[in-house]
Write a protein that binds this ligand. Structure first.
Ligand code: SF4
Ligand code: SF4
Length: 484
């Protein structure tokens, strides 16, 4: 069992230790979380990100990008059938998968950097699970009402009116899920073509199967699993214990200001007498709005997705009570500790860790851009025949045979002239006149049987070159010539 103990507060009302353990999280998971709607500046930012990310997701497959006559014109296309990934001006072949690996490493470093700056900020604002869950919650509230109505409904027998509302909600969820699943398919094939196929009722069973899978996944994860995905299914919170950073601006409760909790009336009376009073009125709004069901006043919680909705909730309470906002805020744990000691807060966004991660991110990004800019549109590969390695001819000369593969990743045909360096031998291409350029069709490859014959044979490295007569570049690779 994992137990995380954090020395959180000297002024806590109930205990001096915040304890977040697996039993508590398990209990949290079994009780249904019904988050209350909240408004405020962070909620507005989240709505803006939701609209932006959903728009990008639904619109991107329909963007066009002119790659010439022999290539698809879809801006973003994962063309697994032909082994190509397209993203605007970028085209990735199976041989270029190191670029995808580099991109994944860059994304990981950026995620760790974001974590060092603001904890699980990705989870709270831009993760698809959060975005779609927010959308599903919006539908749920529009149809069934906010938390108060829903809790009341849950504790009363089912009526026809409520059954109708539940039916409408699930229909809307299924429609959104269908649009989500359908759109995902558009990333793997020509989107307008698939829309026309849908309109004509001519859709393959494979496409329908994948749409059903993605629709069901969206419906299940955003409609039912919700916060349990963030807490139990996603590996990111598991890593939080290892990468939790006390200097990161995560959502925290300023307990040195909030405790002791008491009613607003009592706090006013105490302050009138010049006595200390906590700002927290224990209204529970910060807990009610939390999509994970956390009481952030108990201390940092690795299940917290840093969405900031409790910040909005508490700010609205503080504004109503005419008290300063920020009782719950994006604040580093170090500053909470400084607050306990009565010290001024310090912003340490720039520190060796964040600077190093930024430098690594920029370096990786620059390296990837450089690789993309210099990526060759052709490639050559040579495979030496193994059996036999060498053949001695009647005149005493020795012949080695190879399979040479020329790859043309461009959208126009390229013509290559094959040559060798490093040994004294004559090159011959089976089925081709010697010295005649080999034509490789756009987006295609050519496999050639090549023999090297040497009258003065010796074991040596041999360099195969393919001079691109279209673009002037020279492709090369090396292999071995064996005398016997
Ligand atoms: S505790 Fe606050 S920031 Fe964390 S998940 Fe709940 S509402 Fe979001
Ligand atoms: S919303 Fe603010 S005042 Fe209300 S319980 Fe939470 S921390 Fe206390």
């Amino acid at each position: 069992m994992t137990v995380i103990e954090i020395d959180h507060s000297r002024t806590r009302a109930k205990a001096g230790v915040a304890r977040v353990d697996t039993r508590k999280r398990a209990a949290m998971a079994t009780s249904r979380v019904v988050p209350q709607a909240v408004s405020g500046r962070i909620r507005r930012i989240k709505w803006a990100i939701l609209v932006l990310t959903l728009s990008i997701y639904y619109v991107t497959p329909f963007l066009r990008w002119d790659r010439g006559p022999n290539a698809p014109d879809q801006a973003v296309l994962l063309d697994f059938a032909h082994g190509r990934l397209y993203a605007f001006f970028i085209e990735i072949w199976p041989q270029d998968l190191y670029l995808v690996t580099g991109l994944l490493i860059l994304a990981s470093v950026i995620l760790i950097l974001a974590n060092a700056l603001a904890g699980r900020v990705w989870c709270g604002f831009a993760c698809p699970q959060t975005v779609w869950t927010d959308l599903f919650l919006l539908v749920e509230r529009l149809v069934e009402g906010d938390r108060r109505e829903r809790l009341k409904d849950m504790n009363t027998p089912l009526t026809a009116a409520r059954a109708l509302r539940i039916g409408i909600k699930h229909s809307a969820w299924l429609l959104i899920s269908l649009m989500t699943g359908g759109t995902l398919i558009f990333y793997f094939t020509d989107a307008p073509g698939l829309v026309r196929a849908f309109a004509g009722g001519d859709v393959s069973a494979t496409a329908l199967t994948w749409i059903a899978v993605f629709t069901g996944t969206t419906y299940g994860l955003a409609g039912f699993a919700r916060e349990q995905v963030c807490t139990f299914m996603c590996p990111w919170p598991r890593l939080q214990g290892a990468i939790w950073d006390p200097e990161a601006f995560t959502v925290n409760y300023r307990d040195y200001r909030g405790e002791q909790r008491m009613s607003a009336k009592k706090a006013t009376e105490l302050r009138a007498r010049g006595e200390a009073a906590g700002d927290c009125v224990d209204c529970g709004l910060c807990v009610n709005v939390c999509p994970i069901g956390i009481d952030i006043r108990e201390g940092p919680n690795f299940a917290c997705i840093n969405c900031g909705l409790c910040v909005d909730a508490c700010d609205s309470v503080m504004t109503r009570l005419d008290r300063p906002r920020g009782l719950i805020d994006y604040e580093s744990w170090r500053n909470i500790e400084r607050g306990h000691r009565g010290e001024a807060r310090v912003s340490r966004l720039l520190r060796p860790k964040t600077i190093a991660l930024t430098v690594v991110s920029v370096g990786l990004a620059a390296g990837l851009v450089g690789l993309l800019a210099t990526k060759a549109t052709g490639a050559i590969a040579v495979l030496h025949d193994r059996d036999p390695l060498a053949v001695t001819l009647s005149d005493g000369s020795v012949r080695n045979a190879y399979t040479v593969k020329l790859l043309n990743k461009a959208n126009v045909a390229h013509h290559y002239t094959l040559a060798i360096k490093g040994i004294d031998a004559s090159l011959s291409i089976v089925g081709h006149d010697d010295g005649t350029p080999i034509t490789v069709e756009p987006d295609g490859s050519e496999s050639l049987r090549v023999t090297l014959t040497s009258a003065s044979p010796k074991d040596a490295d041999v360099v195969f070159t393919a001079r691109d007569e279209t673009g002037g570049t020279v492709l090369s690779t090396s292999d071995r010539f064996v005398a016997r």
